[in-house]
Design a protein around this ligand. Structure first.
Ligand SMILES: NC(=O)c1ccc[n+]([C@@H]2O[C@H](COP(=O)([O-])OP(=O)(O)OC[C@H]3O[C@@H](n4cnc5c(N)ncnc54)[C@H](OP(=O)(O)O)[C@@H]3O)[C@@H](O)[C@H]2O)c1
Length: 430
């Protein structure tokens, strides 16, 4: 039998306590899978006196998580503090520098420093596991690295933030506007007091940059992610989406194009025929399209103590058994640099909502602007009539280049009869 694997955990919040609980509750199963004993030898968090749901009497407490990460008796450091820099980064760098394996759920850290940390891990001959950083309990990185390794990945796309998906689901089900649903989500603990990382799409962008790096074998390119959040999604657009056979979802999407890698996070019109359209509430889902396998969709809990702990421990078991591919699927030295495909070159279909004065000739002016930019309209709806007053006009387009679409919308916005900036939502053919 291999020697006992000695584990240190930095961070004992939601995920950290979940990991300790899982290690204890499923110990027999885990040790059977690992083929060796797993021992939690050290922990660290900010406040020793904080009441926690786990008993830590038998484990050494370290006030300094960075010093703990260098302890000679520790084999694996699990970093669950969070944040792209500061203590979390120091803990991970110190552990890797001292030749210890690292498991982390920290998407912000990896989105900013993933390639550098993977190179350091490789130089030291240790593992850097981060399954829990993308879509919580869904084992999507392992699926990409191993189960789908025979495929060229054509695209990846996912609902990667449960808070946003919960808000959009609630808006659809209740007909209420964004602000009211966000306030309720905060009251229920589904959204943070400062929700901007979630609702402005940054958290999804962190995860997408990691997903894309594993899918396409490039170094992590967070700066190249186009990011829009959900603050501007209205109840009216959600109702129109329904009438047109779509659901609005915040998606992270990545694919390789002739111009480089396209990585984008924004609200999307998803056809009701796509499985991902029906993923509701706090759930996450990821769709991968491979050249031989076709489409594969995984759905599950993207956050929370138990699902995230499940992903953390899966990485730990790979380390215990010395199996598995490198974190990014290929050696860090083999990750390639790719140009960022500009959004202006993005080609796809669009939904547009205009608020126009109900007056003869308005529709002709709008369609003329699209014609002049060679944007082909698929369908156009005007609901209700209110002569001389503002009414919504909604249209969808055939595939068109984004630059042409934006030029057409500039012309339309300049029309005297168009009284609000046009609302644009990209339509995804999933
Ligand atoms: N929550 C989820 O569902 C989820 C899902 C996927 C990934 N993640 C990621 O997992 C990581 C942890 O998230 P979480 O939700 O568990 O966070 P959390 O509940 O806020 O816990 C953070 C922990 O880090 C400790 N900590 C903070 N600053 C510290 C410092 N300077 N020195 C030592 N310890 C420090 C805190 O100590 P005290 O307890 O003493 O305050 C706390 O135990 C983050 O990277 C997050 O993005 C979370």
């Amino acid at each position: 039998m291999k020697p006992t694997l000695k584990i240190a955990i930095a961070g004992l919040g939601t995920v950290g306590t979940g990991v300790v609980a899982l290690l204890r509750r499923n110990r027999t199963l885990l040790e059977r899978h690992a083929g060796r004993k797993l021992e939690l030898v050290a922990v660290s968090a900010r406040d020793r006196n904080r009441t926690r749901t786990i008993d830590l009497d038998a484990v050494a407490w370290h006030a300094d998580p960075v010093a703990m990460a260098a302890l000679p008796e520790v084999d694996v450091v699990i970093e669950l503090i969070g944040g792209s820099d500061g203590v979390a980064r120091q803990v991970v760098t110190t552990a890797l520098g001292h030749g210890k394996h690292v498991v982390t759920a920290n998407k912000a850290l990896l989105a900013h420093h993933g390639t550098t940390l993977a190179r350091l891990a490789e130089a030291k001959g240790v593992a850097l596991g981060f399954e829990a950083a993308v879509a919580g309990g869904i084992p999507i990185l392992k699926a990409l690295r191993e189960g789908l390794a025979a495929n060229h990945i054509l695209r990846v796309c996912g609902i990667l933030n449960g808070t946003c998906n919960y808000i959009l689901s609630q808006m659809r089900q209740s007909g209420r506007d964004f602000a009211a649903v966000l306030a309720e989500a905060q009251g229920l603990g589904y959204a943070e007091a400062d929700p901007s990382f979630d609702i402005d799409g940054v958290d999804t962008a962190h995860k997408l940059a990691l997903l894309a790096a594993v899918a396409f074998g490039n170094s992590v390119n967070f700066a190249g992610v186009h990011v829009e959040g959900i603050r501007h999604v209205t109840a009216l657009d959600i109702a129109f989406a329904h009438d047109l056979g779509y659901r609005i979802k915040l998606l992270g999407l990545a694919r390789l194009t002739e111009h480089g890698i396209e990585q984008r996070v924004h609200p999307c019109m998803v056809p009701l025929t796509a499985p991902i359209a029906h993923v509701e509430g706090v759930f996450n889902a990821v769709m991968i399209e491979g050249d031989f396998v076709g489409r594969v969709t995984l759905e599950g809990r993207g956050a929370g103590a138990d699902p995230t702990a499940s992903a953390v421990i899966a990485d730990l078991l790979d380390i215990a058994t010395e199996r598995g591919a490198p974190g990014f699927g290929v050696p860090a030295s083999a990750l390639v640099e790719r140009a960022t495909s500009p959004m202006a070159r993005h080609s796809g279909a669009y939904y547009v909502r205009l608020m126009v004065v109900d007056r003869p000739g308005v529709i002709a002016d709008i369609t003329a602007a699209f014609r002049d930019e060679a944007v082909s309209i698929e369908q156009l709806l005007q609901r209700g009539r209110a002569p001389g007053e503002a009414v919504p006009v909604v249209l969808t387009t055939h595939d068109t280049e984004e630059a042409a679409m934006l030029r057409a919308l500039d012309r339309i916005h300049a029309l005297e009869t168009v009284i609000e900036p046009p609302r644009l939502i990209r339509v995804e053919n999933l």
